[in-house]
Design a protein around this ligand. Structure first.
Ligand code: PAF
Length: 291
């Protein structure tokens, strides 16, 4: 496995790749969810590039940039075992040199859901992802379902800006009790860790109601809200049920995205589920989420 720390090293290694290239952009502190993306990329491409970069522009000043978990040595060991060919690990100075002033901004859908609580977040994501796409020139880029709105935003950007690549989405990987894998789960205390299953319990209750025939978005949101409110350690940022393609008001006969964000102490956790439940597969996500 090659490691590129500079842009010239990355470009030189990329030029040697003759065949289909998959890229897995990450912020490191890799868990089984990231490794599932690397595995899918390994199976579907001739070459796999993973990027590890804790991107400062997607954190607001009051968020956890400095505390965000980092484990470069451990990450490299995991990526080597996953059969990744090339890892790009730039520094913030390399990605945002003095004088940097160009940002990529997707408009409407970045203001919904997460955007209400993190108004500058997606501008940072789309800017860094654009840079990573330009640098790695992938045929397919892999993202996780857990950040469903991120997928919808990046798909919108790829379409609007004519990037010649496909966005693949892999289902959320979960702990045995249903908690979605996240690098931020390390912030949870033992009692918060137990309480954090409220997210999947709320989503499952909404999925059950959907299966019983409830199609009204507000009723499904209210059902989720009632479940979250039973957990005293959790502070709800939002629950939401929207159209899975547009992230706007849902239509009874179109796939829906149920999602929520709940804070436990310093950890802010998000999770989601497509409705109906059979869409929460690689194929379902690929064909349903975003444009
Ligand atoms: O999903 C993430 O880990 C990040 O938002 C990404 C896509 C690597 C951009 O920094």
């Amino acid at each position: 496995m090659q490691i590129a720390r500079t842009i010239s090293d990355l470009r030189a290694a990329r030029q040697q790749m003759r065949g289909q290239v998959g890229v897995v952009p990450t912020m490191g502190a890799l868990h089984a969810g990231h490794l599932a993306l690397a595995q899918a990329a390994r199976e579907e491409n001739d070459y796999v590039i993973t990027t590890i970069f804790v991107n400062p522009t997607q954190f607001s000043p009051d968020e956890d940039l400095d505390a965000y978990p980092r484990d470069l040595e451990g990450d490299l060991t995991k990526l080597e075992a996953a059969g990744v060919d090339l890892v790009f690990t730039p520094t913030p100075e390399l990605m945002y040199p003095a004088g940097f002033q160009t940002y990529v901004n997707v408009e409407f859908i970045t203001r919904l859901l997460e955007g209400v609580h993190r108004p500058t977040h997606f501008r940072g994501v789309t800017t860094v992802v654009t840079k990573l796409f330009n640098l790695t020139q992938p045929d397919i880029a892999y993202f996780g379902q857990k950040d469903a709105q991120q997928v919808a935003v990046i798909r919108r950007m790829v379409k609007d800006l004519n990037f010649p690549l496909k966005i693949a989405v892999c289902p959320t990987v979960r702990e045995p009790d249903g908690l979605a894998m996240s690098s931020r789960n390390v912030y949870l205390s033992a009692s918060e860790r137990k309480a954090a299953t409220i997210l999947i319990r709320a989503l499952e209750t909404a999925a059950d109601a959907y299966d019983e025939g409830i199609r009204d978005g507000e009723t499904l949101e209210q059902i989720m809200r009632q479940v979250v409110m039973t957990e005293p350690l959790g502070e709800m940022d939002y629950v939401s049920v929207v159209d899975a393609r547009t992230l706007e008001r849902p239509h009874p006969n179109s796939p829906m995205l149920a999602s929520l964000a709940v804070r436990f102490g310093r950890a802010r956790l998000i999770d989601n589920r497509l409705l109906p439940a059979h869409l929460n597969t690689r194929e379902g996500l690929d064909s349903t989420l975003g444009v």
